[in-house]
Design a protein around this ligand. Sequence first.
Ligand code: GLU
Length: 420
Amino acid sequence: MTNGDIFRSDMYDEVIRQYDEVAEMINLDPNIKERLKLPQRALIVTFPFRRDEYTEVETVIGYRVQHVLSMGPTKGGIRYAPDVNLGEVTALSILMSWKSAIVGLPYGGAKGGVAIDPRPLSRAEKQRITRRYTAELLPVIGVDKDIPAPDMGTDEQTMAWIMDTYSNFVGSPQPGIVTGKPASLGGSITRREATGRGAVAIASAAMEKLNKKYSDSTVVVQGFGNVGRYAALASYEMGAKVIAVNDLNGGVYNEKGINIPELFKHLAKEKTVKGFSGGDAFVGEILELECDVLIPAAVGGVITSSNAANIKANVIVEGANSPTTLNADKMLRENNVLIIPDILANAGGVTGSYFEWVQNTQNYLWKEKDLYEKLIDVLTSAFEEVYIIAEKNNCDLRTAALIKGIKRVAAAKLTRGLFP
Ligand code: GLU
């Protein structure tokens, strides 16, 4: 095992493969090149957990990885999923560095996770896990140090518990310790909707370059969590036809277009899209449906070399983190599929977070309308810059986005110099 091998995973290896290719293209300074492959800090914690009905106390494992500390505090979500591991969290923290740099935010990348399936947990169980995990992270998080946010398996309520736990330790309210909080605690509605709406805004700008209209498109959304549902809503509001959506329990199909506001009402009652009367039940491979725009907004690694050839969409908008493997990405590009990569497509999340955090730290409140305008402005400007890089280098958008992100992080590191 070499020094960095503890950080490896399939996802990490893919992230580094992309990075190596881009580092080579831009002649990245060799002093920086190796440095950026490893996170600056990684905290692994274990803690005891009591289920509501328990005979034995369980031990749970959690992580927080901070990739680059050169450009401001670190920033990134916390995920709860059974297969969370150090290698995956590290890979995601590196992607967060590129993502923040692409949209020009003053953050380095971080990610956290707890290896537990949140679905069967009661509210009280989730609360105990979250509060204890937060307590374990105290040495490394802080309003100016590292600011968590929601990711897979966590939500606004999770952020509220983190904020409460942290504030209790500090002895005063600390809304800026997390983003993606409920509005009652200083969270913003724009943040809640930012990832999904931002993805659609970027996709629409990208399609205009191809003389295609997002509003004329048929759209398929995989996953109806925080990202998928607002991507579907934004698509619907623009006039596009959302023909299929699904979640872990089931799916809905309607070739005339699903009424998304009605689906939201069903979701509020049933907690799933399954059973919605405004369409037919959908079972099967949602990613392989005939459509113009496909938005994978569930888990990572869903588009692989095994199903890439079956994908019929013209445009893929990566709402989830790492939904497409690199081999699949290559196959899709060869088939002329336009891919809007995760580090650009879902950057609305961390951008919305940034605005929430700035408001919290300055005790200043913007109107949601102004906030939304700011969000779209940041995202579409970032897209334009990435597009120009892609044209100049005759490369795809993922490579172009990485060029932008990596160059910015490298410049910050080089300018600060070495300590000691
Ligand atoms: N978890 C989100 C992401 O992967 C958001 C991170 C944040 O808002 O800090 O981009």
